[in-house]
Structures are given as structure tokens and as C-alpha cells.
Ligand binder design. Structure first.
Ligand SMILES: Cc1cc2nc3c(=O)[nH]c(=O)nc-3n(C[C@H](O)[C@H](O)[C@H](O)COP(=O)(O)O)c2cc1C
Length: 191
């Protein structure tokens, strides 16, 4: 095990905006590796609450069109949604090679609080994100405001919640890091 390599991957991980991702297809085996590592996230009571729907090719195009039509319908019936954002989302869904819908599936018996399952899913996403970084792929987690309106299109079952879209693609252009403030400012040492 190489902790220096791990630190390098963690610090190199970027939220690469979709417009900075290449259009080239990503092989299925690569996506499977991302998902495999996601599946090893820690989780309380072994509920494994992460679910993913992977859209590529035609299914991605269909998703883009369905999302667009639904949101335009909502705008026409008075919903306060910025049409430019709807256009942007459609373009993004069409452009990026891989769209992974991130879904939380609540433990049926609700044995643990929802926040713990949310935490587990977000760690699963980080596993995917770090794996993509190690493969020199770019990724981005998008959480559009109108996400809850897309539940039917994503075919969510009762007990499932959408947590956004994870985009993956080759890095066409490096996006600069916003950096981080000093960790010492966030830590109190109780010695
Ligand atoms: C739960 C979550 C949701 C996010 N949603 C968005 C989003 O909708 N739009 C966006 O521009 N960035 C989103 N981001 C990415 C952050 O903006 C990004 O991580 C931050 O700018 C730091 O950049 P870095 O990850 O490259 O260090 C999200 C990140 C997380 C963890």
C-alpha cells in the first residue's frame, strides 16, 4: 500500500465541469471498475444503500430528451425554472459520454437514520471519483435544483431518492483546483 500515492490521487481529484470533459466513449469495463469500488464504501448495518443507473449511448439520449420535455412542460405550467438551465442540462446529458444517476435506497426497516445512508452513498461516490482520478478520467457531481422532478424519468421506486448525476469522461481541458483552506484551521487538537 502506498499512502503517498493515495494522497496524490485525493488531491488531484477535481470536479471537472462537463464542458471540460471529452466526448469519447468510455469502455464498459472502466465504468464497471468505478462501480465496483463504489460498492466497497463503508455503511452502517450493511445496508449498502447506493444504487446507480448508468446511461450511455441511446439511453442517455432518451434521458436527455425526456428530462428536457418534462422541464419545458413544467415551465409552461408555471414552474419557476430557468429555461437556460434546462437547455444546459440537455446539452450536458447529450455531450458527456457517461451519466450515472446516484440513488439512495433507504433500508426497508429504517434501522438507521437517513443521514447515515446518505453518508454511505456519498462515500461510494467519492470511491468512484477517486478511481476515475487514478484512471486519469474527469468526473463531476451535478445536483440540479429540479432533481426531485425527475423521479419518474429515473424510474425511482418507493424508498429511493435521487442524489444527482455523476458525469464521467476523458479530461479534454484541465480545470483549476479551487484549493482548500489550511486544515489546521478546522481542527482542534485536544492533547
Ligand atoms: C454533493 C455534491 C454536489 C455537488 N453539486 C454540484 C453542482 O450541482 N454544480 C457544481 O458546479 N458543482 C457541484 N459539486 C462540485 C463542487 O462544486 C466541487 O467539488 C467544488 O467546487 C470543489 O472543487 P474540486 O472538487 O475540484 O476540489 C458538488 C459536490 C458535491 C460533493
Amino acid at each position: 500500500m502506498d499512502s503517498k500515492l493515495l494522497s496524490e490521487i485525493i488531491k488531484n481529484r477535481r470536479a471537472t465541469p462537463p464542458r471540460f470533459l471529452g466526448k469519447k466513449e468510455i469502455p464498459k469495463e472502466i465504468i464497471q471498475q468505478l462501480l465496483e469500488n463504489a460498492n466497497w464504501a463503508p455503511n452502517h448495518k450493511n445496508t449498502e444503500p447506493w444504487r446507480f443507473k448508468v446511461y450511455t449511448g441511446e439511453s442517455k439520449q432518451k434521458l436527455a430528451e425526456e428530462v428536457y420535455s418534462l422541464l419545458i412542460e413544467k415551465i409552461e405550467s408555471g414552474a419557476k425554472i430557468n429555461p437556460q438551465k434546462v437547455d444546459k442540462l440537455k446539452n450536458t446529458l447529450e455531450r458527456v459520454p457517461v451519466v450515472i444517476a446516484i440513488i439512495l435506497e433507504r433500508d426497508a426497516a429504517q434501522r438507521i437514520p437517513e443521514w447515515e445512508e446518505l453518508a454511505a452513498v456519498t462515500i461510494a461516490v467519492q470511491n468512484m471519483w477517486l478511481t476515475a482520478t487514478a484512471m486519469e478520467l474527469g468526473a463531476f457531481w451535478a445536483t440540479p435544483k429540479f432533481l426531485p422532478m425527475l423521479n419518474d424519468i429515473l424510474e425511482l421506486k418507493p424508498g429511493q431518492k435521487s442524489l444527482g448525476f455523476f458525469y464521467v469522461g476523458e479530461i479534454a481541458l484541465e480545470y483549476p483546483s479551487p484549493g482548500r483552506g489550511d486544515v489546521e484551521a478546522k481542527v482542534e487538537w485536544k492533547e
